[in-house]
Design a binder for this molecule. Structure first.
Ligand SMILES: Cc1cc2nc3c(=O)[nH]c(=O)nc-3n(C[C@H](O)[C@H](O)[C@H](O)COP(=O)(O)O)c2cc1C
Ligand code: SF4
Length: 387
């Protein structure tokens, strides 16, 4: 895997030098297949966590023939340490709505919904104003696309796309079996495209710059820019837009406080990278792309860190499947038992095995991802876990 030096990017928050919704207007003058191919060519992957290629998703969605199709912008942003989508919705909502509208035009959908995290309800008045502006331009462009806001159900699991759809249908927010995928059978049984806020904003920018220019950011295998929500022991907490492909060591040099002992990449569902592995690339294949990045310095107890994560997972598990419902609680009780001396150190190995079984047997990404942070913290900070 090739890598970059850390490079700041100014794509997603760059200011417009063109009229409102000009990117949408110019894009609508092109061929629909060409636009979807450009997205594929750009190498853009979903920014909501799973990293699915966006062009491919749009292509499958465009192929669905149905009078009623939905486009959902996933603004649930429930991952601890993530706040980039809020910043996009506050500062550049036009880029997000443009991305949704381009998807609507390219894939023949007429209904758009922004699924907004309940804690972000204060953003609704300004978002509604922007939707009114959009409506005026959509009318001028003869684009039939109605955008509404749906206030989320206040649970981490409701960010998972099928749980999100269930909650919108008035049911408990629990993931569905897949297949069928939302593209074929989503909201109210209709074809539904779900993309993250940042993904839609990035789609607008791919349409503005073209695939070749967008692809020139990043490396040969990780294209474009990405928002990183940075928190923890850093003098530069906040949202940073960076070209993809930098090493953890470069990130730490720029954003650490000089005493960094570990970096959590991809939120609590991601990996905890210890100092001895800072030479790795920040978002490699298989790593999550959500963008929550937490820096821990040597004053932090990694036992407390993993305890907090497990507490969160146990609380947020929807309880639908046994490996996750019971597993998250057993891991939490297990590390407490080792820390108090009630269980021997070797019990940690049993717990790691349990977390790996959860990865194989849990129904959705919540239960499947617990092992990422759990195994990496137990492996690299074992001495902090014991009595
Ligand atoms: C437990 C869980 C929580 C999730 N939370 C979010 C979220 O808050 N926002 C988001 O965009 N995707 C979230 N996802 C991923 C979505 O299921 C889905 O993959 C994503 O919205 C697709 O958009 P993308 O292709 O643009 O990334 C979550 C997944 C899981 C398993
Ligand atoms: S893995 Fe956890 S959150 Fe996902 S369906 Fe199973 S119990 Fe629910």
């Amino acid at each position: 895997m090739s890598n970059n030096k850390l490079k700041r990017a100014d794509i997603l928050f760059s200011s417009y030098s063109v009229a409102p919704y000009e990117i949408l207007k110019r894009t609508m003058q092109k061929d629909k297949d060409f636009v979807i191919n450009e997205l594929t060519e750009s190498g853009l992957r979903g920014r909501g966590g799973a990293g699915f290629p966006t062009g491919l998703k749009w292509k499958f969605f465009a192929q669905e023939e149905n009078e009623t199709k939905y486009i959902i912008c996933n603004a649930d942003e429930g991952e601890p340490g993530t706040f980039k989508d809020r910043k996009l919705l506050v500062e550049v909502p036009r880029k997000v709505i443009s991305g949704m509208a381009i998807a609507a035009w390219a894939c023949n959908a007429k209904n758009g919904i922004i699924y907004l995290r309940a804690e972000y309800n204060n953003l609704i008045p300004e978002l509604k104003k922007e939707i009114e502006v959009f409506n005026e331009y959509a009318k001028k462009f003869n684009l039939e696309f109605n955008v509404e806001i749906y206030s989320g159900a206040g649970a981490y699991i409701c960010g998972e796309e099928t749980a999100l759809i269930e909650s919108m249908e008035g049911k408990r927010g629990e993931p569905r079996n897949k297949p069928p995928f939302p593209i074929q059978n989503g909201y109210l049984g209709k074809p539904t495209l779900v993309n993250n806020v940042e993904t839609f904003a990035a789609c607008s920018m791919v349409c503005r710059y073209g695939a070749a220019e967008y692809k020139s950011y990043g490396t040969s295998d990780q294209h474009g820019s990405k928002l990183f929500s940075l928190s923890g022991d850093s003098p530069k907490e906040g949202v940073h837009e960076l070209e993809l492909g930098m090493k953890v060591s470069d990130f730490v040099e720029e954003y650490g406080d000089g005493d960094t002992k570990a970096v959590q990449i991809g939120g609590v569902a991601g990996f905890c990278i210890p100092r001895k592995e800072f030479d790795t690339t920040i978002i490699g294949e298989g790593n999550t792309t959500g963008g929550a990045t937490m820096i821990f310095n040597s004053t932090r107890s990694m036992y407390n860190v993993i305890h907090n994560y497990l507490d969160f997972f146990a609380e947020e598990s929807c309880g639908q499947c046994t490996p996750c419902r019971i597993g998250t609680q057993q891991l939490l009780k297990g590390i407490e038992a080792v820390k108090s001396g009630e269980k021997p150190e070797s019990y940690l190995d049993d717990l790691v095995k349990l977390s790996k079984t959860m990865k194989l047997t849990s129904k959705c990404g919540l239960g499947q991802s617990v092992t990422n942070s759990f195994s990496s913290i137990v492996k690299n900070f074992r001495e902090e876990m014991i009595y």
